[in-house]
Design a protein around this ligand. Structure first.
Ligand SMILES: [Ca+2]
Length: 290
C-alpha cells in the first residue's frame, strides 16, 4: 500500500516538476518591459515614501539658472549612494524636511515658518544604470481617486459644474484623496522621455480620477503613436484615448489635454538639468574612489 502511494507521489512529482520549473520562467518571459514593467514599483514608492527626515543631500550644484539637488537616503554608502529624488530650486536647499513634502498635506507651504521656499522635486531612477536618469515621477498633488467600489449613483456634476454633495459623499471624496503623480519614462534610453502615464478624470464627475492613460511616442516619430487607458494594471488596456493629428486627446486633472511629441519638451528640459547634475555627482564619486 505504502509502495503504491509512494509510486503515485513520485508519478505526480515527475509530472509536476517540469511544470513548476517552467512556470516562473514563463511568467518571467511574459513580464512587461519598459514603463509597464516598472510602473507598479515606482507608484508604490509614491504612495509609501520614506520619512523626509531620512533624506540627505548627495549633491547640489547650479545648472543654468537652477539649483539642482540630488537627494538619497541617509546611511547609504558615501560617494556612491543612489539618488532617489532630484529637486529644482532658485536658492540652494538648506533643510530637506522643511522644503520637501513627500506625502499628502492639506496645508499651504511653506510650513516651517522659517521662510524657506518649498522645492519642486521629482522621484528619479536610472533603470539601466548607465549614469543617466530615465524615469521620473512628478507630484501633481492631491486628487480623489475612484475606489473599485465607487458608488454608481454618486452625483454627477451639475450643468454649472457646481458640486452639491452630502456629508457621506464628501467623506468618500476626502478619504479617496491620494498624492497623484505623473510617470515619465525614457524607455529606449536615448536620453529623451518618450512615455507618459497620467491621471484621467471622469467626464461626468470631474473631481474624480477615473483611470490612467499611457501615451507613447516611438523613437524618431513626430507624433504620439501609442496610447491606452488602464485602471489597476498598466498591462491591461481598457480602451484608448481619442486620436488626433499630433497624438491623443484626454481629460486630464486640469482639463482637456492633447498630448503629442511636443508635450514632452518641458519634461525633457528638466531631465536634462537633472542628468547634468547626476553626471557631476558620478564624476565626483569616481574621482573620490581613485
Ligand atoms: Ca539610465
Amino acid at each position: 500500500m505504502a509502495k503504491a502511494i509512494r509510486r503515485t507521489l513520485t508519478f505526480i512529482m515527475v509530472l509536476l516538476f517540469p511544470a513548476l520549473w517552467l512556470l516562473p520562467g514563463a511568467a518571467k518571459a511574459a513580464a512587461p518591459s519598459g514603463i509597464a514593467g516598472f510602473y507598479s514599483q515606482a507608484e508604490a514608492l509614491t504612495q509609501a515614501p520614506p520619512p523626509e527626515t531620512e533624506l540627505t543631500i548627495l549633491h547640489q550644484c547650479k545648472v543654468e539658472e537652477w539649483q539642482v539637488t540630488l537627494i538619497g537616503l541617509k546611511g547609504s554608502p558615501k560617494g556612491n549612494a543612489v539618488p532617489i529624488i532630484a529637486a529644482l530650486s532658485r536658492q540652494p536647499l538648506v533643510s530637506l524636511p522643511d522644503q520637501l513634502s513627500l506625502r499628502l498635506r492639506f496645508h499651504a507651504a511653506p510650513r516651517s515658518g522659517k521662510g524657506l521656499e518649498p522645492a519642486e522635486w521629482l522621484y528619479v531612477y536610472d533603470r539601466n544604470k548607465d549614469g543617466k536618469f530615465d524615469y521620473m515621477c512628478f507630484p501633481i498633488g492631491p486628487l480623489a481617486v475612484k475606489p473599485p467600489d465607487f458608488p454608481a449613483d454618486f452625483p454627477k456634476d451639475g450643468p454649472d459644474k457646481s458640486l452639491k454633495y452630502s456629508s457621506k459623499e464628501i467623506n468618500l471624496l476626502m478619504s479617496s484623496m491620494r498624492f497623484v503623480f505623473y510617470h515619465l519614462a525614457d524607455d529606449d534610453f536615448d536620453g529623451a522621455l518618450d512615455t507618459w502615464v497620467l491621471p484621467v478624470m471622469d467626464p461626468d464627475r470631474r473631481a474624480w480620477v477615473e483611470k490612467r492613460a499611457l501615451v507613447r511616442c516611438a523613437a524618431g516619430g513626430e507624433t504620439a503613436d501609442t496610447a491606452w487607458y488602464f485602471k489597476e494594471n498598466i498591462a491591461v488596456p481598457l480602451g484608448a484615448p481619442e486620436r488626433t493629428a499630433k497624438g491623443f486627446r484626454l481629460l486630464g486633472w486640469n482639463g482637456e489635454k492633447e498630448i503629442g511629441k511636443d508635450s514632452f519638451a518641458n519634461w525633457n528640459m528638466i531631465l536634462s538639468l537633472f542628468n547634468q547634475a547626476y553626471a557631476q555627482y558620478l564624476a565626483a564619486g569616481t574621482a573620490k574612489m581613485q
